[in-house]
Design a protein around this ligand. Sequence first.
Ligand SMILES: CCCCCCCC/C=C\C/C=C/C(=O)SCCNC(=O)CCNC(=O)[C@H](O)C(C)(C)COP(=O)(O)OP(=O)(O)OC[C@H]1O[C@@H](n2cnc3c(N)ncnc32)[C@H](O)[C@@H]1OP(=O)(O)O
Length: 312
Amino acid sequence: MALRAVSALTWGLGGPGVGPLRSGTFLRCATQHRLEKMPSSIGFPEASRRPFSSHRILVDVDQSHGVATMKLKNPPVNSLSLELLTEFVISWEKLENDKSCRGVILTSNSPKIFSAGLDITDMYGKNAAHYAEFWKAVQEVWLKLYTSNMVVIAAINGSSPAGGCLMSLASDYRIMADNPKYTIGLNETLLGIVAPFWFKDNLVNTIGNRASEHALQRGLLFPPADALKIGLVDQIVPEDKVQSTALSVMSEWLKIPDHARQLTKTMMRKPTADRLLKQREADIQNFVSFISKDSIQKSLHMYLKFLKEREK
Ligand SMILES: CCCCCCCC/C=C\C/C=C/C(=O)SCCNC(=O)CCNC(=O)[C@H](O)C(C)(C)COP(=O)(O)OP(=O)(O)OC[C@H]1O[C@@H](n2cnc3c(N)ncnc32)[C@H](O)[C@@H]1OP(=O)(O)O
């Protein structure tokens, strides 16, 4: 198997806004329309579309089908900066509160990069208060995605290292562009940092313990075909078919009655989400003390330098 490395939300019933069972879920589900036919592109009729956006997040809601497409837009590499993460949470809550929205396709506005992962400049050369705020936002985005009532499909239209991979892992289904130049994986060790336990839990739940041990220790980044083999993604398709495949997969998922799917998702994911929720503050403090260490700051500095100076 060809492996490539770069060389060198609150759970709990009734929790504010993010609980897996929003009030009214059962009633709404009972009368919900089934999706019989989905358009093959995002060319929805104007009347049924409700786009909204912020600086770094573009959202297009197709109200007649109950599906939103959310695009990350943070050039040049869609890094997950504090600003992007904050805007993500605001947009996500808007969708969670939109009764017509049953599914979200998460993708990137950039043609080659889904997301370069957490913004390293938010973890380098800042003060403890900044690190704490940043990490809380990272936790929040993961909790929102992982525990969402909505069907979440990641349309991975480019490279997806580290935090980018985590966002995909938190989705219900992953479709990746079949381009061997793109890679996906949790490569934290290559930066001299350690994936926190909840990144690891999400990976283990997806690809199993042995494959996770191997991938995490070596910081492996997998090309699409290998990612498919180990179950890191569910489907690979030609680059120009990622969005249309996501829409048709979404239509299949939305044929399942919401209440049954949501309760099943809760049953599967609650223990993992609860593990973070129970020690959220301690996890923030761990992150702050880890990332503030001179040795870790030095590793991040070297990695940023490597990224800037490497041959393209
Ligand atoms: C004991 C337990 C304690 C627990 C504590 C927990 C600690 C855990 C902490 C954090 C977890 C971290 C998660 C992460 O997500 S870290 C980020 C990892 N990401 C990467 O390694 C990806 C790096 N980037 C790339 O590989 C490439 O940029 C690319 C493949 C995404 C795109 O390649 P290309 O199109 O060639 O673009 P460039 O490389 O030229 O990049 C352009 C520009 O962007 C800068 N940049 C790239 N990635 C990032 C990033 N993640 N953050 C900030 N900036 C980034 C790059 O440096 C270039 O900058 P420029 O030269 O100034 O233009």
